[in-house]
Design a protein around this ligand. Structure first.
Ligand code: GCU
Length: 637
């Protein structure tokens, strides 16, 4: 499936009308055949929206719960026509008293946006299905040719978006942003009727698929905005340090290599300005097309690192538009058996985190949620986090930038995805593209992960290889990885990370639960690890359940003493890892909700592998891991 594209072709991928004809027709033909044209609509994703002119549509919305999708299909289960008055995207005000209206939005059925529905109403805790969201708003519409976009931070899982009875588009994927253009003529001064059909039902041919070890929180889980932008606007840009030669540190005056993408071909004579006031940088580039390559040298700059998370304000502007961001400059690469940050080897003291506020049992999305979660990671003396198993809210990656925490960001290609399906591959690619497009200026993000614990097969390896190729096409400045499979129990208890996908990743990462899902923790004493790949080795998960406050002896599973013993054996084993061992992210920062964990005494719908419990209390195992990290901080700098 993956195409080997020449660099110039790679640039063309971003261009619309000017894309060289033969490639463009072949591209459209394949897209149409694969029926993913709507899915790839998203590479018109508008980024950096926090610095754009926008009306926030967060707040109280009205809703209709619709498990039978009565508002979408007729009684023959045929999709309702756009102008059908029974459709729930059409106004609920009856034309006249005798008109039969069997749907309506009322304040008594209100819900908060952003926010999953599961924590907002007890009856929604387990709900998987359709809920219609409706929000009315007025808008002072300028008549200067501005463009308008409805932008969503994330909606889990499928969102059908309607405004004033017109369908704007459909998006799938619960953890990445998307936007739809609002034709100016459709936008009214008064009483705009915005409806979003949200459906979080799980299907085998989606991403993730039917089975996950996390709660399937549904709803409009992140911010909603109406963006007002000039006719030609800055859609996206990348301002990152050019990758130095392998193994090299960035030059004292490093080179910036990036681009600015406009929403359409610019008028003749248009220019793009890039300014970095703190560095006295003011550069101008002729905009000869929709995509404007930028390249310049920085004066002496403070490189971003966990110990020195310096961010610079970067302003990108044209005659009519301006977009600004805070960016840290650093280089990262896998070089031989090491990971080099700014040319120096690093050891990653990490932790896995779910995008959940455990105290309020809901999807995390606020700045305070990010401060809570990353604050806990700092308490553990982490310099890195694995945001599992899906892109977390942008507040998280932006806070990691300012706190100096390295980030592993991942798409939910998790367990048994349908690897033989091209449609499923395109769904995964769409999420990959959205994840990378949203965060490609985040200094904290050093690893794009294309998946977790996917069972080895030729179809799976092709599928995952195609994602890795796509990730590298989209961003050649970061490492690409995935949680790989291990062949266990070789000679002398030698476990070998020989997953065929290891050939294509930069970082060979694997999950191991030695002593929890296999044997007892002391198995670590006789176990060794290796990989045939001359690459850095990383443990992306290890952990054991421990119910906070349950104390017995270390042989009793689910008590704190067993979990503590588990980590004592693990950390001792880690000191015997091969010399390409560069870090670890234990599973998991805190207990989290999971429908798969139903031990009535110790779990009750919670995965209890947290080093913190769901109330924020440290478990005994926390101190074992902290001690190991304090030691590593001293020895492996
Ligand atoms: C798996 C998986 C996690 C899961 C964990 C566990 O490896 O990647 O999502 O929660 O193990 O079993 O607790």
């Amino acid at each position: 499936m993956p195409w080997i594209l020449k660099p110039t072709d790679k640039l063309n991928l971003y261009l619309k009308p000017e894309m060289n004809k033969p490639v463009r027709y072949l591209f459209i033909l394949i897209l149409t055949v694969l029926g993913v044209s709507r899915l790839s609509a998203q590479n018109n994703l508008i980024t950096n929206v926090q610095s754009r002119k926008a009306l926030s549509l967060n707040g109280t919305w009205q809703y209709i719960v619709d498990p039978y999708e009565t508002g979408f299909y007729d009684y023959r289960f045929k999709e309702l026509k756009e102008d059908n008055p029974d459709a729930y995207w059409n106004t609920d005000i009856p034309k006249n008293k005798s008109e039969k209206k069997e749907h309506g939005y009322a304040d008594k059925y209100s819900i908060t946006v952003p926010g999953d529905w599961n924590h907002q109403k007890p009856e929604f805790l387990f709900y998987e299905g359709t809920i219609w969201y409706k929000r009315s708003f007025d808008y002072q519409k300028p008549t200067d040719g501005s463009k308008f976009y409805l932008w969503f931070g994330a909606v889990n899982y499928r969102a059908d978006v309607y405004l004033n009875g017109k369908k704007l588009g459909m998006h799938k994927g619960g953890f990445t942003p998307f936007n739809f253009e609002v034709p100016a003529a459709l936008l009214k001064e008064k009483g705009n009727f915005l409806v979003v059909k949200v459906d979080n039902k799980r299907y085998a041919d989606e991403v993730p698929t039917l089975n996950t070890d996390w709660w399937n929180y549904g709803g409009i889980t992140r911010d909603v905005k109406l963006l007002e932008l000039p006719a030609t606007f800055i859609q996206d840009f990348v301002v990152q340090l050019k990758k130095p030669l392998p193994g090299q540190a960035p030059a004292k005056t490093p080179e910036v290599d990036g681009w600015v993408k406009l929403n359409q071909a610019p008028a003749a004579g248009e220019v793009v300005n890039v300014e970095i006031p703190q560095l006295g940088i003011k550069k101008q580039f002729a905009a000869t097309g929709q995509l404007v390559p930028i390249n310049f040298t920085l004066p002496k700059v403070q490189l971003w690192s966990p110990g020195n998370p310096v961010l610079y304000k970067v302003i990108v502007s044209t005659k009519t538009d301006r977009s600004e961001d805070k960016i840290g400059f650093r280089t990262i690469e896998a070089y031989g058996k090491q990971v080099l940050l700014n040319g120096k080897p690093i050891f990653m003291r990490g932790i896995c985190i779910h995008g959940e506020n455990p105290k309020e049992v809901r999807r995390a999305y606020t700045r305070a949620d990010a401060e809570y979660l990353l604050g806990k990671a700092k308490e553990l003396n982490c310099n890195m986090v694995r945001l599992a198993h899906y892109p977390h809210d942008e507040t998280m990656t932006r806070l990691a930038d300012s706190l100096g925490i390295l980030v592993w960001s991942e798409i939910p290609v998790y367990w048994t995805i349908q690897f033989t399906s091209n449609e499923v591959l395109d769904k995964a690619k769409a999420q990959l593209e959205e994840m990378i497009t949203r965060d490609h200026n985040r200094a904290s993000i050093i690893i794009w992960s294309v998946g977790n614990e996917t069972p080895v097969s030729p179809a799976r390896t092709d599928f995952m290889h195609s994602l890795i190729t796509r990730a590298k096409q989209l961003d050649g400045t970061r490492m690409v990885s995935a949680a790989l499979e291990v062949s266990n129990g070789g000679l002398n208890n030698l476990n070998v990370v020989d997953d065929p996908l290891g050939e294509f990743v930069d970082l060979v990462a694997f999950n191991e639960y030695l002593g929890w899902y296999g044997g007892m923790p002391d198995k670590c004493r006789t176990t060794n690890w290796s990989t045939p790949y001359n690459k850095p080795l990383f443990i992306s998960e290890t952990g054991a359940e421990g119910k906070s406050g349950f104390h017995a002896d270390s042989l009793t599973r689910f008590d704190e003493e067993f979990q503590e013993w588990y980590f004592k054996e693990q950390t001792a084993m880690l000191k015997r890892m091969p010399d390409n061992f560069v870090g670890i992210t234990p599973w998991v920062l805190n207990d989290f909700k999971s429908p798969k964990r139903n031990n009535p005494y110790y779990q009750e719908g919670w995965n209890r592998k947290g080093l913190f419990d769901d109330k924020g209390n440290k478990k005994k195992a926390f101190y074992v891991m902290k001690a190991y990290y304090d030691e590593m901080e001293k020895t492996k700098q």
